[in-house]
Design a protein around this ligand. Sequence first.
Ligand SMILES: Cc1ncc(COP(=O)(O)O)c(C=O)c1O
Length: 390
Amino acid sequence: MQASQAMQSLPPYLFARIEQKISECRERGIDIINLGIGDPDLPTPTHIIDRMAQSIYDRVNHQYPSSVGLLEFRQAVAEWYDMRFGVDLDPKTEVVSLLGSKEGIAHVSFAYLDQGDLNLVPDPGYPVYGIGTLLAGGTPFLMPLKEENGYLPVLADIPSDVARQAKLMFLNYPNNPVGVVADPQFYAQAIDFARHYDILICHDAAYSEMAYEGLRPMSILQMAGAKEVAIEFHSLSKTYNMTGWRIGWAAGNPQAIEVLGRFKSNVDSGVFQAIQCAAIEALRGPQECVAQANQIYALRRQVAIAGLERMGWQVTPPQASFYFWAPVPKGYNSASFAEAVLEKANVIITPGSGYGQYGEGYFRMALTVDQGRLQEAFDRMYTAFGKVGF
Ligand SMILES: Cc1ncc(COP(=O)(O)O)c(C=O)c1O
């Protein structure tokens, strides 16, 4: 039996391929330092685990949950938005729970696209925007994110016939993989554009809490008129080190939240309620753990800046997120440099081309190992490559 054409053309997920490489190396007894996937190495804070431990014994939680999420979870999300961004959300109509934000990001295309419709997709970008589009029978129209434009898409470059055919526009700030934030002027432009062309903005804010030097990244929902045209995807994964727990949400435009919730009620049955209870604790409980994690990432960021500069990079450190995005040295492309770093230094980095065609010529590193291991990764790279040229 043949899989669909969309599935046949889909390569294994970038990190599935990398995981395979890692296990091959480990089988050969090689000590790999993995700066590949953006999976926090820090533990989930204890108060969140404690709440999970209590909730798991509560029989009420053993039955099917509501597919849109416990009202109490959605209320906790609304309170968190108010506390963090001063944004007012109606928990009943403007929030829906997700099995991690990846799930919602992939499924929103199924809820909105008819065969052949277009989505506006940033490139480089989190691969799921384009993959969800393709699986839902649509076509991604790439919005290049270029260094000279501050890694913001130039909306004026999108042809008007393309904009008219587009259903969704994915945006992601703080950005994975490049680590920049967007300013209110850009969000205002995007909202005007979406209103003009009747497009739903899907803003992915998974890294809003991970930032440096006192920066507090904003939510698109803080902008006037945003709720008319935008939803925001969010996640507990990075903020509270809960990648394995699989819980997130979408918030914003009530019609879009209803559509996504109705889609989900037909394909999944919601998030295990005990996990929702733990998420409520994360959102309502003490927030010091977030600041503490950011202090740790800030120290690692210094190690990465020093390590790259020593090898000859002129480093633009990330404003936010735990990613470094940098050009590959002369004589390499993204894939050959990532391969050389693995072969010669036993360090995993991800090729920029894995995030789209405009990522070619770059690589990404995630600050997801402790300071000592990170230092070792840079020492190994320095021993293997010395000073590099551009
Ligand atoms: C930009 C971005 N959005 C969304 C996600 C998905 O996060 P989760 O599904 O764990 O909520 C990730 C994960 O790496 C990401 O980098």
